[in-house]
Design a protein around this ligand. Structure first.
Ligand code: FES
Ligand SMILES: [Fe+2]
Length: 400
């Protein structure tokens, strides 16, 4: 292969450079503080799907460690989705008691009650009831003491929030061409699946990077997918701080077991597809390559969105400290129509779970070694361009 073909993404995006990149941003507590202030407290963050709040009165609380808050996302009686800080106007207790990273609830009356002294808020954020209201003084006005709202907007059923208290760029503009690239995929038709989360002793970018290339497929995934080989990236596109590409894989042999062969035949969704008719919008796998496996993209800063025939899945990396990250993997498929499809799906989901275990297995080792200081830079090859673009994008925000 010619040097130009080996360096095709550099040829397309020469401004990203070729030099080794410093490890310091992965291990520096002060760099992390800047990321919190200039990125996580300033940009749109994906927090829920609309299907998680189907009815008026449904709500979800999501912890946002890097923003120093947690948000309540509600659907009010008017059908509108809104977001608020989970903080009571009385003496600051959390309005919804949190039971983990994500807490779900529902109220037929579309209200939420602070358990400390019983102040009641509507799902639209208004303060509707205060026990012993008459004992508060004349300077207290219920109308001025609703929940503190957080910018909230929806793209293709993905609910985003932005905790910046000032004026912010509209979500549609923030996503820009990236949003247009991914519009039209039937996300809402596939709402059956599974989720995992775990805490990793690594920087959030270490976790991001491990999922943002296919260079590792032949080695790290030799256990779960011994018959799958990476054929490289396709159609890398950078959209401001966001990025996307196709990941192409080849089935070099039959699935490794008769069970795998049968399951692959029965499963509706497979990461190794055979082309033909497609649910993908024309922007994704535009050449309808037969080795296209899935579109791998990053919605800046911390959402990896993957779409494929019959499947979509996300990874999200929520920083907790410079060396601690919450990882969440969520996997969506169409509900199976028969028991045999259900069985095949379980098989596919188990393989996917194993692959995610393999993906997460390197992260803490990588971070520990980075903190040793033995090396100060890392080297990225052309197929690791999404990582390079990620580092450059973070640095642009931090330096701004
Ligand atoms: S702190 Fe919420 S009612 Fe008192
Ligand atoms: Fe992987």
């Amino acid at each position: 292969m010619s040097a130009t073909a080996q360096h095709r993404w550099l040829a397309q995006y020469p401004e990203l450079g070729t030099e080794p990149l410093p490890i310091e941003p992965y291990i520096s507590p002060s760099y992390f503080e800047q990321e919190r202030e200039k990125i996580f407290k300033k940009v749109w963050l994906y927090v829920a799907r609309v299907e998680e709040l189907p009815n008026p009165g449904d709500y979800k609380v999501k912890k946002l460690h890097a923003c120093g808050t947690s948000v309540i996302i509600t659907r009010a009686k008017d059908g509108k989705v809104r977001a608020f800080h989970n903080m009571c106007s009385h003496r600051g207790n959390t309005v919804v008691t949190e039971s983990g990273e994500e807490t779900y609830g529902s109220s037929r009356a579309a209200v939420m009650t602070c358990r400390f002294h019983g102040w009641v808020y509507g799902a639209d954020g208004r303060l509707v009831s205060v026990p012993q209201e008459e004992r508060f003084y004349s300077c207290f006005d219920k109308a001025e003491n609703g929940l503190t709202s957080v910018h909230c907007d929806i793209w293709e059923g993905f609910i985003f929030v932005n905790v910046d208290p000032g004026t912010v760029q509209p979500l549609v503009d923030y996503l820009g061409d990236y949003g247009r690239h991914f519009a039209g995929f039937p996300y809402d038709k596939m709402d059956f699946g599974f989720t995992y989360h775990t805490y990793l002793d690594c920087n959030w970018k270490v976790a991001h990077d491990a999922f943002a290339e296919a260079y590792h497929v032949d080695t790290i995934h030799a256990g779960s997918f011994p018959n799958v080989f990476s054929t490289g990236l396709a159609n890398v596109q950078l959209f401001g701080p966001h990025r996307t590409c196709g990941v192409c894989l080849n089935l070099a042999a039959m699935p490794p077991s008769p069970v795998g062969t049968l399951a692959n035949k029965l499963a509706r969704g497979s990461l190794v597809t055979s082309g033909g008719s497609s649910m993908l919008p024309p922007t994704i796998n535009p050449d309808r390559r037969s080795d296209f496996a899935f579109e791998l993209s990053v919605t800046f800063p911390n959402l990896l969105l993957h779409v494929s025939e019959g499947i979509w899945f996300t990874h999200q990396f929520w920083p907790i400290a410079h060396n601690k990250t919450l990882w969440e993997g969520k996997y969506y498929v169409q509900a199976p129509g028969t028991y045999s499809e259900r069985w095949a799906l379980e098989h596919a989901m188990t393989l996917q779970r194993n692959a995610w275990l393999e993906d997460t297995a390197t992260m803490e080792d990588t971070h520990r070694a980075m903190e040793s200081g033995a090396k100060t830079v890392q080297h990225l090859q052309d197929e690791e361009i999404l990582i390079r673009h990620g580092i450059v994008s973070v640095e642009r925000y931090v330096a701004a």
